[in-house]
Ligand binder design. Sequence first.
Ligand code: 13P
Ligand code: SF4
Length: 331
Amino acid sequence: MVRITIIIVFTTAFPQHQSTSESLPFDLFEAIADLKQELNAVILAHYYQEPDIQDVADHIGDSLGLSRQAAATDADVIVFAGVHFMAETAKILNPHKLVLLPDLNAGCSLADTCPPKEFAAFKAARTDHLVVSYINCTAEIKAMSDIICTSSNAVKIINQIPEEQPIIFAPDRNLGRYVMHQTGRELELWQGSCIVHETFSEKQLVQLKMQYPEAEVIAHPECEAPVLRHASYIGSTSSLLKYCQQSPNQEFIVATEPGIIHQMRKAAPEKRFLPAPSTNYCACNECPHMRLNTLEKLYLAMKNRKPEITMPEETRVAALQPIQRMLEMSV
Ligand code: 13P
Ligand code: SF4
């Protein structure tokens, strides 16, 4: 009897995994590079994007780094491979540029925990407070804020505010608690959180640590306190990347979205990076919003020049001030 084995290889160059009615070019990487030239576009990508997207990006960064890139670019088109609030920030800074988001449904669970109407009431009950909002919020929340911050400058920004000034910190309670601990300041916290960073299990983390006793735990401040207390380093995505490059340690347990591990492995291929385990070992540590973007959608967004980020001009102007304040306060 003759046995015939057929092996089908799926590659990114000929993507099969996404159903789309539009035809796709054979080599998406080349097609995206051509469109980038044609549109005079810049591709900005967050570290939580799938590796292929990170590899076609002109700049990869954390929220602060990407905001700075967006503020400085002279490209005509910004293709934002990240989530909605990030692309929205780019649009707030660049009202006359076309800002594309590969999938308009790429939202943020944390931003969703802070609805504008409820937040307006929370703020109205505390009229003497200054509002510092984490960038992971909608343009409407930004428009109600005095200063925006990110995970990489939150401590620095709070430290610049006079001690007697009461502060509302929104929307992330975990980052807020971490900032309170770092600054010794009392903050009025909005009780929002991120589903991805709250999925890490302290129990499973301790078990993994027993398996890899030499591994250093590094964590994003959006994680809950029981996870953060095991971390020898806490910081934004870009600072976690920098830290593991500089640390003499060879093994790391990474408590944030595992997309960042792509850059960690590229930067230090000799080191071992283990994603921190989620409760029940599900893949819930992958951000379901970030992962809605695919290389195929990125190509189609550039080809069709949509989906585009838009917002009322009044909201944009009101949201611009606190973002500019952040950029000034974090130089
Ligand atoms: P960073 O600014 O640290 O990259 O964080 C963005 C984010 O969404 C974390 O969940
Ligand atoms: Fe939002 Fe969390 Fe995803 Fe970051 S990881 S974009 S905070 S849902």
